[in-house]
Design a protein around this ligand. Structure first.
Ligand code: NAD
Length: 497
């Protein structure tokens, strides 16, 4: 029933050889479409097409590549409403939030349009007598991106504009939950003039992921998703000799100091905790109140949570949308139950929420939990739902210790008026991305995105300068042009100058 989503290979849709799976609307629980899942043969065909296309694409001038990327940017802007509506239907997020992720994804495309600057090599004249040295950055070949459900446009955009601009072919394996945006992007790349086979989409689950990670024609794998799958992809693809960057899950803490503007901190933490129902890798599921900040913060955050309107993503009055699946909703309810059974206080309880007219949707209301032990799984694990756990500590040093006790290290924030504590915070936390009075410190497209510890496996962060390094490899060239009649005595010593 509904629409059909197929693979995008060699410039057109095809069903491939695998099975199918339903695409669901999280706000209604209804099946809206059918997704064709690939298998090893689908992957093999896509890689062969990509390998052929890449050989020609690498020869295309930087000027022409840049023109295509500029045209792609215009097309993405023209089609933003259409893509946002598709994302909202399949993911559940509000249309405004979907437009926001498209805009953030376009930052990386904009960064990639200046690839002419980033691919400049170095040159040194006369490094030895009559000898020059220069460097080249060259593409890797066929690159792969495996992406999560929570940002079906933005996260793939962290990868493919940079991979393509640097002369690679790119195969996207998006989440099975919200696959349609990727096919729309493929059509727009075609309209922008990108040669067939340079950008392709193969849908599927573990079979396709493992086939991509081990295919001999693939050079590099970028992954974004949960930590266990990031570890799996990093292990399998590394063992097969691929370059790998695998970004994993998170459990981001926001520290609220007593000198902070508490009303401001509460409104920012609320947007971090409950925006997109907490289904963001840079969400704020933990607030750490320091000393006297606790009481005022609890009052302010409870007021923020209780005023939020929960509803379907296509209703303009909705603040907080449904979760992605019934299983995700059940997990949030179970983890709240378990915290309560362990003696925690449920300050705001979203478990019983029903959205009228959407009784089969995956809705749960904003939930705030406090008085929870620091070793309880509802605090230590990634809940990935609209649940804020508030931990209370006595001083700044205890706050740092708590932040650093998490095995994850994606993002963190501090709310304070003190430059002294802000400076110590950014120095002492073992986390990749830090916000000072900013709750979701997602770096702009021309910086690089990446966490530490169990939030990233591999050496490179995503997009920005590290993206260029990831998708290219360097050659160092040493050049000498002796005169036709120049004669030099041969020497067996190691040359020094
Ligand atoms: P997921 O790990 O379940 O899926 C991610 C990708 O892996 C999907 O394409 C999926 O098809 C594939 N996959 C799933 N199970 C697999 C398996 N057993 N073997 C091989 N491949 C498999 O993640 P999700 O639920 O789609 O997304 C949410 C997670 O992603 C959260 O943990 C969130 O923190 C994380 N995330 C991290 C970042 C970051 O930048 N670090 C950004 C966005 C999301």
């Amino acid at each position: 029933m509904g629409y059909d989503v197929q693979h995008w290979i060699d410039g057109r849709e095809e069903t491939g050889g695998g099975s199918t799976q339903p695409i669901m609307d999280p706000a209604t629980g209804a099946e809206v479409g059918t997704l064709h899942l690939g298998d090893e043969s689908t992957v093999d065909r896509a890689v062969q097409v990509a390998a052929d296309a890449q050989k020609e694409w690498a020869k295309v001038s930087l000027a022409r590549r840049t023109q295509i990327l500029y045209r792609m940017r215009e097309l993405m802007i023209e089609h933003t409403e259409e893509i946002a509506a598709v994302i909202s239907r399949e993911h559940g997020k509000t249309v405004g939030d979907a437009k926001g992720e498209i805009a953030r994804g376009l930052e990386t495309l904009e960064f990639a349009t200046s690839i002419t600057q980033d691919l400049k090599g170095g040159f040194s004249q006369n490094v030895s007598t009559g000898v020059d040295a220069h460097t080249l950055r060259q593409p890797l070949g066929v690159t792969v991106g495996i992406t999560p459900f929570n940002f079906p446009a933005m996260v793939p955009f962290w990868m493919h504009p940079v991979a393509i601009a640097t002369g690679n072919a790119f195969i996207l394996k998006p989440s099975e939950r919200d696959p349609s945006a990727s096919n729309l992007v493929a059509r727009l790349y075609q309209e922008a003039g990108l040669p067939e086979g340079v950008f392709q989409v193969v849908h599927g689950g573990r079979i396709v992921v493992d086939a991509l990670c081990t295919h001999k024609g693939v050079s590099a794998v970028s992954f974004v998703g949960s930590t266990p799958i990031a570890q799996h992809v990093h292990r399998v693809a590394s063992a097969a000799g691929k370059r790998v960057q695998a970004l994993g899950g998170a459990n981001n803490h926001a520290v609220v100091m007593p000198d902070a503007n508490i009303e401001f901190a509460a409104s920012q933490v609320a947007s971090g905790a409950f925006g997109s129902a907490g289904e963001r890798c840079m969400a704020v599921p933990v607030a750490v109140t320091v000393g006297d900040a606790h009481e005022a913060f609890m009052t302010a955050i409870a007021a923020e949570a209780t005023r939020l309107v929960v509803g379907p993503g296509d209703d303009p009055s909705t603040d907080m949308p449904p979760l992605i699946t019934p299983e995700a909703r059940e997990r949030v309810i179970r983890m709240t139950d378990e915290a309560e059974q362990a003696g925690a206080t449920i300050v705001v309880d979203g478990r019983g929420l029903v959205v009228e007219g959407h009784e089969n949707g995956n809705f749960v209301g904003p939930t705030i939990i406090t008085d929870l032990a620091a070793d309880h799984p509802t605090y230590t694990e990634e809940v990935f739902g609209p649940v804020l756990v508030v931990m209370h500590v006595n001083n700044f040093d205890e706050a740092i210790e708590l932040v650093n006790s998490s095995p994850f290290g994606n993002g963190t924030a501090i709310f304070t008026d003190s430059g002294h504590y802000a400076r110590r915070f950014e120095d002492e936390v073992q986390v990749g991305m830090i916000g000072i009075n900013v709750p979701i410190p997602t770096p702009v497209g021309y910086y690089s995105f990446g966490g530490w510890n169990d939030s990233l496996f591999g050496e490179h962060h995503a997009h920005g300068p590290e993206g260029v390094s990831f998708y290219t490899r360097q050659k160092a060239v040493t050049t000498r042009w002796p005169a036709q009649n120049e004669s030099v005595e041969s020497s067996m010593s190691f040359p020094t100058h």
